[in-house]
Design a protein around this ligand. Sequence first.
Ligand code: ADP
Ligand code: MG
Length: 574
Amino acid sequence: MTHPRIEILPPAAAERIAAGEVVERPASVVKELMENSLDAGARRISVEIEGAGSRLIRVSDDGSGIPRDELAVAFARFATSKIRSAEDLRRVQTYGFRGEALPSIAAVARVTVVTRPASADTAASLTVAGGVGQAVVAAGAAEGTTVTVEDLFYNTPARQRFLKSPAREAAVVVETVQALALAAPSVAVRLQDGGREVLWIPPESFGERARRTLGPPFAGRTLDIDARGPTSITGALGMPQMAQARRNHQWWLVNGRPVRSPMLARALDQAYHTLIPDGRVPAAVLHVRVPQEALDVNIHPRKTEVRFADERAVFNDLVREVRKVLHAAALVHTVAEPRYGPVAERRNAVAEPPGPYGARTDQHAGGATVPLWASPGSASTWPTIHVLGQLALTYIVGESGGDLVLIDQHAAHERVLYEHLLARRRAGGVQAQGLVTPAVVELSTAEEQLLSELGPALERLGFEVQPFGRAGVRLTAIPAMAVGRDAAALFRACLADLAADRFDHAGRDLEERLAIATACHTAVRAGDRLDAAKMAGLLDELARAHDPYSCFHGRPTMVRVPSRELERWFYRRV
Ligand code: ADP
Ligand code: MG
């Protein structure tokens, strides 16, 4: 790789660079130096830290090196070999382009660069401390560049005080290295902390690196996504049962850059909507690519945020493509001991243990590329179940291919009714059943307010009400599917649900929440006795649902105990 000359940006370009602090913690230094190594075409990058990076950070690469006569200028502000003008800002392909990293780091630490381009016989070395450089001297070194940063923030005690605990700072370094390694899967990356090897990652495919980044607990519990539209989306999606309490199992790349994007995170949440419980978030490694001109990368000094020209389109594409993959997969919750696959056997990142919700595994859908969804419904992945009976008036017990399956009758029926309601609503309205004796329901002021907000949504979902008296309504029809339930009680319960979670609607509109409440209070309950025909009918309907594997609260409808697991229980197999 040839190295364009390092030059100082003209003022017109320098002015357009998003201003702000680049170096706020050890991980920022690691990020800037690794990005420089990647920009220099490195095939191997080694990162060492001591004292959580405060004592020492050393990044070595086998990249292009810096010509001796350009070494000093590299430490000048806005000195870069990557862009020449403000115009170039719109088509940057490199991680760096601001020419600010080396001078910013050298202002708050002692920095030594030892570098040797392929064309040079010897390496050159330069040390800069507190912004003041020494003379460039000859040194012996292999081709490439090693940057050593010592005593970070030694001259800015205020900065030092803002650092978190050494353990936390070191953890952020690990995350940073992992994020950049993800961006460059063909590059070998190694990280040592106080001489101890923390990461050792060989060159591999993006898919492999994505799964490695999620860590061993996810082995066999991810789905591949590979959508090539105007927005290309590739990577690995955690199965719903691997949903997490925190977002630290979400990794995003946008056009090759590790970024944070609340918009993308929200889109992912929406895609998993009703498949995981509220308050949990999906795990995922996703690379989102849009045409370069549809993206602004120069909005943030540390370049960890980007701006899309058309946010809406990217949001919608992401929701749609992730949903396709989820719909096409068998999202079965399986009870079995975790068995780590090949991913786990490699030396891997320090992965946090999965949450309690992630303590199960599934061998049926692991890591395979799932074809794009072809037909509505999930009949292709929902298994054939032979009903054996009812357990505790709560679960349907069945057999499927020699495995034991348990179906939560309430969760299953909720899912069926909910999808029925939403489908009918779209198709012009839910079938209503007139009441022979209309029920009069008194309303509180809050409930009256709710009713007026619901407006026509009420009728679309099969409820017909007329004003009655001073503070009440006459209920003249309810959704046909609810016939047999106490109409007034059902209506009251629905309104109570809506009123209760008024301020906690997880992005759902009022109409959807009414559909949820209606389905919830209409569905068979735990304690309802079901005969064989009812159970078979329910499973039939569930098999035709879009998302048969969970109710809309994100609870599983079915849990599967593989026959191999049963054999283990009875010591037939070890
Ligand atoms: P930027 O990356 O924005 O150009 P930096 O301050 O990070 O600015 O680096 C200044 C210049 O030094 C880079 O443009 C590049 O030419 C050179 N450089 C820095 N690190 C390396 C490296 N590891 N290998 C080769 N060249 C490097
Ligand atoms: Mg740089």
